[in-house]
Design a protein around this ligand. Structure first.
Ligand code: YH5
Length: 295
């Protein structure tokens, strides 16, 4: 089943290397979401303003974020495309300011090669691409930039992805997708140590597909590539609880814990402080269990 393992001889990668730092993948990491889209679904456009974006990023650091993910292009279901100029205008000045002020890896959430290039030159040190480097020039630019890159699986495009959803076997199809994308990445000169994979919860998936993926996250973890999961406040949690997006914290924490127990290394979340608390609790219990085993 797990063709992805060929690249790593079943060894998990232990570190993510950034330009000026590294992160240990043996403890779960938190990627805090900083949206700079005025139509952002989860934040209601709250953080489009420059000063409040900086404040929000600082708070996420205090709360325990290991990476800050900055996105200027809305990828929620049904969202409209953002022009290259608009996206650059939203994210580049913010990345410049944040990378000067804060000592934390900044990830750029974009699919556009030009935005990847400008963002990394402005101080970002990771690429998060929901199109998994399938857009024009993205593979070549990512190879040239030589930074960690998250390849996310999506069926369809954000505009229409929830309209026609079809899988014979969602796990197998997502594994096959990563196999193809990883091959293309390696052919283009991307270092395999820079590749992170993400099954893309809610991106062309119905509730059952999302739950199947959650239950099978270990399949991706066992590949040896670090796994990132974005579950925070997503519609699947609304479908299960009947709650509006602003009332999905408890549900988000429940799935974060499930994902970590399956070995997921990076959680992409809105609620950093609360997520950090559950990681502290899981860590404390795991440490006690290991002590017990060694007596
Ligand atoms: C992801 O999973 N998701 S943007 C709708 C919501 C709440 C949240 C209806 N970028 C991912 O966060 N990048 C996004 O409530 C992502 N993985 C990676 N790597 C969508 C989002 C959201 C959408």
């Amino acid at each position: 089943m797990n063709q992805l393992q060929q690249y790593f001889d079943k060894k998990l990668q232990t570190h993510l290397q950034f330009a000026n730092s590294e992160l240990n993948l043996q403890e779960p990491l938190i990627m805090g979401i900083l949206n700079v889209t005025p139509d952002s679904f989860s934040d209601g456009g709250q953080f489009i303003d420059f000063d409040s974006a900086i404040k929000q990023a600082k708070q996420m650091l205090v709360d325990g974020a290991d990476i800050i993910d900055i996105g200027g292009e809305s990828t929620r279901p049904g969202a409209a495309d953002v022009s290259e100029d608009e996206e650059l205008h939203r994210v580049v000045p913010l990345i410049e300011a944040l990378s000067k002020e804060l000592d934390v890896p900044i990830s750029i959430d974009t699919s556009k090669a030009v935005v990847m290039y400008e963002a990394v030159h402005a101080g970002a040190s990771m690429i998060n691409d929901v199109y998994a480097l399938q857009k024009e020039n993205a593979l070549q630019i990512a190879a040239q930039l030589n930074v960690p890159v998250c390849l996310m699986h999506m069926q369809g495009k954000p505009e229409t992805m929830q309209k026609k959803i079809e899988y014979k076997n969602v796990i197998q199809e997502v594994v096959d997708f990563f196999q193809q994308r990883i091959n293309s990445c390696i052919e283009s000169g991307i270092n395999k140590e820079n590749i992170i994979i993400d099954p893309g919860f809610g991106f062309g998936k119905n509730l059952q597909h999302n739950i199947d993926l959650l239950n099978n996250l270990q399949v991706f973890v066992e590949s040896g590539f670090p796994v990132l999961a974005g579950l925070s406040r997503k519609s699947m949690l609304g479908q299960i609880t009947g709650k509006d997006v602003s009332q999905r914290l408890a549900a988000s924490l429940a799935v974060a814990q499930l994902a970590v127990n399956k070995g997921t290394q990076i959680l992409r979340v809105h609620d950093v402080a609360e997520t950090k608390d559950i990681l502290r609790v899981l860590q404390a219990v795991k440490a006690a269990e290991m002590n017990l085993n060694s007596v």
